[in-house]
Ligand binder design. Structure first.
Ligand SMILES: [Zn+2]
Length: 258
């Protein structure tokens, strides 16, 4: 089994307080740069993709600066992989910087939190999606008829493939979230947290929540649970948007983890 790390662009305008709250009011001029990441797992049972990065720029409500090489499809192409080669896409949640380009994976089975899926579907129907979900992307997913597999069991560890477990979470950062435990023979165990934990400063100790969060209580419980799981499985935590950690990871152009 091999794990490839793919950078899908740096957002340069994340308010510092939105990432880690100090209790101060949100200052849109005090911003930090954050990476967006997706992961390809080359597993004996097939290729698994965890998240798909930013959406096509023309559909996104925000103008993120993404180099063409950082678009998920181009990262995969560099590895000699086309979307139709991917057997499973595990979507951590449906926020725009994690579920972009999902419509290109029409042959894959797409796993997503049941709670995230049903609540986003509800918001879509009510036309109340807000800034984190892209209406035109969702319309494209419906038009194509993506093959969804909904993962319930919030709070549970779900066996997925040999050496890959899904950590399913409910309301917190989003309506629901799938983290991933990858058990690599040489590297050891890694938990990919996605936005369940943005960065090391959220973990502390003490735990410091992001300044903008859907459900603060749920968010804190999920962070605590992920810290517990990391101890239980002797796993590293790889965060959703931690610039320092991202800089230190081997990127797919240089190599992989095994
Ligand atoms: Zn998110």
């Amino acid at each position: 089994m091999k794990l490839y790390v793919m950078g899908n662009g740096i957002a340069t305008d994340m308010p510092r307080e939105a990432l880690v709250s100090s209790g101060a009011p949100l200052d849109p001029n005090d911003v930090v740069s954050i990476p967006t990441t997706s992961y390809l797992i080359d597993h004996p049972d097939g290729l698994v993709l965890y998240d798909t990065g930013w959406p096509q720029r023309k559909r996104s409500p925000q103008k993120w600066k993404i180099h063409p090489e950082e678009i998920i499809l181009n990262c995969l192409a560099k590895l000699g992989v086309s979307p139709s080669d991917i057997k499973y896409v595990i979507c951590s949640h449906l926020h725009l910087d994690h579920a972009g380009y999902l419509e290109f994976f029409k042959d894959s089975e797409i796993l997503v939190s049941e709670s995230e899926f049903t609540n986003v579907a509800k918001l879509y129907m009510l036309d109340q999606l807000g800034p984190h979900y892209v209406k035109k992307d969702i319309e494209e997913w419906i038009r194509i008829g993506l093959k969804w597999r909904l993962i319930g069991d919030a709070g549970k560890v779900v066996d997925f493939l040999d050496g890959i477990k899904i950590l399913s979470y409910g309301s917190g950062h989003a309506f629901g979230m799938l983290a991933l435990l990858v058990q690599l023979p040489k590297t050891g165990n890694i938990i990919l947290t996605s936005d369940a934990i943005y960065c090391q400063e959220n973990v502390g100790p003490p735990i410091r929540l992001p300044g903008v969060v859907r459900d603060p209580e749920g968010c804190e419980q999920i962070i605590k649970n992920l810290i517990q799981r990391a101890q239980e499985y002797n796993a590293q935590l790889w965060y959703g948007h931690d610039m320092e950690q991202f800089k230190g990871l081997i990127k797919f152009e240089q190599g992989y983890y095994e």
